[in-house]
Design a protein around this ligand. Structure first.
Ligand code: FVH
Length: 289
């Protein structure tokens, strides 16, 4: 059964994201207990109705789900290990970014202590929490997700992927990998444009429109990868190699580092050398795993 507005929640970790989550719960009127390793950084949350706990042990006494929003996997273990025996029978929702293997490790640790574990990957920056663009991806305990779905939806759109605790963070990291490659390409493009006197601000506007148009092809590319039939390309690997080679030369001539472009050039060079030049760009996927 989904619990709603009066569910007490405990948040461990009041960095930028922990504060945003706690603030959303306070705004919704949930009894919210907060703890942070460094005390005294959350007067605004107290003013908004949160209860500040002086220790992790006291924070988790409040009841309800315990939500960790700490720096990394190690900080979660460091924070929870000393109170593990007081968390027996409790529900833990870990929204700290952890690698899939680390999430599974935490799930196993939780199971050893009879703690019900749900892992989450936050697809938002703090200012997006509680707004329509934010999403949090979950996997692990279905029971925890179903029980607390209503309060999780106060933070962001909530989607559950399955009982493997590492699934949510695999999605999270796959999406972040996509994002970072895009950001890297933008930095490279901005450096190229600076060489002809165009500001990064101006270029940012143009690049946003171009990237938005280009992302429309991603579902099609996904379908091609899943069929593993690369024989009927819109444009071949040889075509893309020629484009990347030209970008590489233009960058070198403009004094722009090849750090972002070189890995793709290497992949395309290798495939042409191996006789795959007539196949579609999506065949590059086969070089990655
Ligand atoms: N901020 C963002 O945009 C991203 C969006 C996507 C998801 N991430 C992940 O969320 C986790 C928390 O991120 P954050 O933005 O709140 O991070 P910080 O502002 O740096 O706060 C870190 C908190 O962790 C506490 N902490 C660090 N080490 C320890 C430790 N060993 N023991 C206990 N607590 C620890 C730190 O406490 P303090 O330094 O104030 O004492 C902060 O509360 C993170 O996984 C992101 O990847 C956010």
């Amino acid at each position: 059964m989904t619990k709603t507005s009066k569910t007490p929640v405990t948040i461990l970790g009041l960095g930028a994201m922990g504060r945003a989550l706690a603030s959303a719960f306070c705004t919704a009127g949930l009894p919210t207990t907060v703890w942070n390793r460094t005390p005294g950084t959350h007067a605004d949350l107290i003013a908004a109705g949160a209860t500040s706990a002086p220790s992790v042990e006291k924070a988790i006494r409040a009841g309800g789900p315990i939500i960790t929003v700490l720096l990394d996997h190690a900080s979660v273990q460091e924070t929870l290990d000393p109170v593990a025996d007081r968390m027996v029978g409790r529900q833990l929702i870990n929204l700290t970014s952890t690698a899939p293997g680390e999430a599974r490790e935490l799930a196993a640790w939780a199971a050893d202590h009879a703690i019900d574990y749900l892992d989450g990957g936050i697809m938002a920056v703090p200012s997006m929490i509680g707004t329509p663009g934010a999403a949090i991806l979950y996997s692990g305990s279905r029971q925890v997700f179903d029980t607390h779905r209503a309060i999780l939806e106060l933070l962001a759109a909530a989607e559950y992927f399955g009982d493997d605790a590492g699934l949510a963070s695999t999605y999270d990291f796959a999406l972040l990998a996509t994002m970072y490659a895009m950001f890297g390409g933008f930095l490279h493009g901005a450096a190229l444009m600076r060489s002809v006197g165009v500001s990064a601000t101006q270029f940012g506007e143009r690049a946003a429109a171009w990237v938005t148009a280009m992302t429309q092809s991603l579902p099609h590319q996904g379908r091609v990868i899943d069929t593993a039939d690369y024989t009927d390309p819109v444009q071949s690997i040889a075509f893309h190699k020629s484009a990347i080679d030209a970008i590489y030369r233009a960058s070198r001539d403009a004094g722009v580092s090849s750090d972002f472009v070189a890995p793709l050039k290497n992949l395309l060079d290798r495939q042409v050398a191996d006789g795959h030049g007539t196949l579609g760009f999506e065949r590059t996927f086969e070089e990655l795993s």
